[in-house]
Design a protein around this ligand. Structure first.
Ligand SMILES: [Zn+2]
Length: 104
């Protein structure tokens, strides 16, 4: 296997390269794996539950508003998680050329 850009055979898996970098290396941030989203799906679920509770006990419109907001929030977090998983799969499948730092 060789680099498709410069034909160098000095290549390495991107994750392995990153893991072997010293902590002070400026390339650590540049070649780091994607960050895992910090969303709390349970909180979105709680918001939906709280919204339904409010809809029953106080105001239907306010309660439904909270529930819908919770649903949208939850959907957003699911989307973020999917994107992260796709990015991570791409990262784990990437190779870096150590001659000229081409990532492919
Ligand atoms: Zn290259």
């Amino acid at each position: 296997m060789q680099c498709p850009k410069c034909q160098s055979t000095n290549i390495k898996r991107l994750r392995g390269y990153w893991e072997d970098l010293p902590a002070e290396s400026p390339n650590r941030g540049r070649y780091a794996p994607p960050n895992e989203p910090t969303g709390q799906p349970l909180l979105a679920l709680l918001a939906v539950a709280a919204g339904l509770f409010v809809a029953v006990t106080s105001g239907v419109l306010i309660g439904l508003g909270i529930a819908v907001a919770g649903l949208l929030w939850g959907a957003f977090m699911v989307k973020q998680q999917r994107e992260y998983e796709a990015e991570l799969a791409e990262y784990d499948g990437s190779t870096i050329c150590l001659a000229k730092y081409h990532v492919f």
